[in-house]
Design a protein around this ligand. Structure first.
Ligand code: C5P
Length: 244
């Protein structure tokens, strides 16, 4: 069955309180079926919100970006499987952490996504850390590690999606934040892409936060993104030309 275009949109609930997040979810209604709960809400009831979203039939991406020694990561992921969420992130710096996360997931339905290189980082930011890689090279290297470790997919910018898809095959999930419509503000994001380009380049899901959560009419904004995704999926399916 072909999934509806809205399944490919994940709205990042980056708002200060769960009350605000619940209001936003009510406003977005059926336009959004997949939500990301991240660090901002974690300490103020984010996990209860995640449970409630699941009970309401929404899909949930828990963006915890885990990074620790293998034993701790494995146990944390194992406990997270109890939440019955759909996606969980772990930092994809090394094979040991990724393998531990995969062991912790066991045979649960939780999909593990490795964060490659944050979308707000540039080549200069990597050079500052002592890395001589470009973001694109490091993303690809880390995506290959995630694939080798048995992760279900990666978080990367849309700019790297095509390279990852070519290196990993059709089943590997590519989830892309840093999504902006043509001509709109990029906020603090650096490696940005339009939803059309990201989907066309092979992304399975686009993650959108502020362009929807801070819009005057969040539902209309979400529907605009779904429209762009639908058009890109149709073009991708038809083997069409890259959108501009
Ligand atoms: O508001 P905006 O659309 O920029 O939000 C992007 C979301 O994606 C944020 O929740 C951020 O934490 C997340 N994210 C990211 N880059 C990554 C991984 C996650 O921007 N590499």
């Amino acid at each position: 069955m072909i999934s509806p275009a809205s399944d490919h949109l994940i709205v990042a609930l980056d708002v200060p309180t769960v009350e605000e997040a619940r209001r936003l979810v009510a406003v977005l209604e059926e336009s959004v079926s997949f939500y990301k709960v991240g660090l901002e809400l974690l300490f103020v009831g984010g996990l209860d919100l995640a449970r409630d979203l699941r009970r309401a039939g929404k899909r949930v991406f828990l963006d915890m970006k885990l990074l620790d020694i293998g034993n701790t990561v494995e146990r944390a992921v194992s406990n997270a499987t109890e939440l019955d969420v759909d996606f969980l992130t772990v930092h994809g710096h090394d094979l040991k952490t990724l393998r531990a996360a995969v062991a912790g997931r066991g045979d649960s339905r939780l999909k593990l996504l490795a964060v490659t290189v944050m979308t707000n980082l540039t080549a200069d930011d990597l050079a500052e850390q002592g890395s001589t890689s470009t973001p694109a090279d490091l993303v690809l290297r880390r995506a290959e590690l995630a694939y080798k470790a048995g992760c279900d997919g990666v978080i990367a910018s849309g700019q790297e999606a095509a390279g990852i898809r070519a290196a990993t095959g059709p089943e590997f999930l590519i989830v892309t934040p840093g999504i902006r419509l043509q001509g709109s503000t990029t906020d603090d994001q650096e490696r940005v892409m339009t939803p059309d380009h990201a989907i066309w380049s092979g992304a399975n899901h686009v993650v959108v936060g502020r362009p929807i959560t801070q819009a005057d009419d969040p539902k209309a904004a979400a529907l605009t993104f779904v429209h762009h995704i639908r058009e890109a999926l149709a073009k991708r399916g038809a083997g069409g030309t890259r959108p501009h």
